[in-house]
Design a protein around this ligand. Structure first.
Ligand SMILES: [Zn+2]
Length: 265
């Protein structure tokens, strides 16, 4: 069984026991273990790793460690040009779709608010998460590293924060998504893209309970909720702007878009 030297870099250290962070340490790997198994045995989900160098050369996850290997493990680089080496994570999706674990309801809503396709259920059985991630190539968002260690999950993002707004920023930063946002184009409740409301003129009366007459009206084709540019909508627009600019404001108490069920009348 080969004994090797590991060193983990940057935020990957968060997954290690304190005594192993930011320093070289030795480990004995199973004789049949791939480097992916060896890294995950130390608590680091493969979805968080972008580059592994063995004795200075990049390898993929199927590499089997040999005695005396020096293994350096890196998270995603944004600033360093590592083009000639083997990056381990699948190539970035131009417009990623997400699958949010059951404990991330608020984050799922925020992502939908920014127009990102985000499947979310509560409860959300692990088997369904894994199947959905694989068959629809979705990025799994979770605070469970055990889930991200599942071999069927290629794309994942471990969320460090327990706070939904911070989680949203983590996702936007890590996947470089700020410019891909299409705010207020998706139903917050069921994730369906909104379409122009047919016969929008019929809802041009003032909203029940006062408020201003709606501007353009959009409708969720699944749940028939209507979305229009009332005051709640503008608060939400402000929230979206603040998030995209990296500020820290919450959605100002209005976490629901101004909407009402379509009565079909
Ligand atoms: Zn809907």
């Amino acid at each position: 069984m080969p004994t090797v030297t590991f060193r983990f870099y940057e935020e990957l250290n968060d997954f290690l026991p304190p005594g192993l962070r930011k320093r070289d340490f030795s480990r004995t790997c199973g004789s049949d273990a791939t480097i992916k198994h060896a890294v995950e045995a130390l608590g680091v989900p493969h979805t968080e790793v972008d580059l592994i160098l063995v004795n200075g050369r990049s390898v993929d996850f199927s590499y089997r460690p040999r005695p005396g290997d020096r293994i350096s493990v890196y998270p995603e680089f944004e600033t360093l040009d590592v083009t000639p080496v083997t990056r381990l994570r699948p190539s970035a999706l131009r417009r990623p779709r997400f699958l949010a674990d059951a404990h991330l309801g608020r984050l799922a809503k925020y992502l939908r608010m920014l127009g990102f396709d985000t499947v979310y259920r509560n409860p959300f059985p692990v088997g369904e998460i894994i199947r959905g991630a694989a068959s629809e190539k979705r990025v799994v968002l979770t605070r469970s590293r055990a889930l991200l260690m599942n071999r069927s999950i290629d794309r994942g993002c471990f969320l460090r924060s327990g706070h939904p707004l911070e989680q949203l920023r983590e996702v936007l930063e890590r996947l470089q998504l700020r410019s891909a946002a299409r705010p207020l184009t998706r139903c917050l409740r069921c994730n369906e893209p909104l379409t122009p409301a047919p016969g929008g003129s019929r809802v041009s009366a003032r909203p029940r309970g006062g408020g201003e007459p709606p501007g353009s009206v959009r409708r969720c084709p699944r749940c028939a909720r209507l979305y229009w540019e009332g005051s709640h909508f503008r608060r939400m627009q402000r929230f979206v702007r603040v998030v995209l600019e990296g500020g820290s404001e919450g959605p100002d108490g209005s976490r629901r878009v101004n909407s009402r069920p379509d009565t079909g009348s």
